[in-house]
Design a binder for this molecule. Structure first.
Ligand code: SF4
Ligand code: SF4
Length: 77
């Protein structure tokens, strides 16, 4: 299994309205409850060490949530 080199690329590419990746000491952690499954973190990892959870189901997120980020009701815009 490949190991994280702590470059923070994944953290910087996780969309801010999800903000699922955090620095934790020298490591990064992904909080599954915040992760949308958008997969934007995967291609930017230079050592390919992010392993998607095979049990993660996109239908865990209500479909209309995808309309919220950057939309008129997004409180963070
Ligand atoms: S898949 Fe999850 S952790 Fe990765 S960028 Fe998307 S929301 Fe962030
Ligand atoms: S992009 Fe990959 S190597 Fe860089 S901090 Fe994230 S998991 Fe670690």
């Amino acid at each position: 299994m490949l190991e994280c080199i702590n470059c923070d690329a994944c953290l910087r590419h996780c969309p801010p309205h999800f903000g699922a990746i955090f620095n934790h000491g020298p490591d990064v952690i992904i909080v599954p409850e915040l992760c949308s499954g958008c997969d934007k973190c995967l291609p930017v990892c230079p050592v390919d060490c992010i392993y998607p959870d095979p049990d993660w189901a996109s239908n865990a997120v209500p479909e209309d949530w995808w309309d919220e980020p950057l939309g008129p009701d997004d409180p963070y815009v």
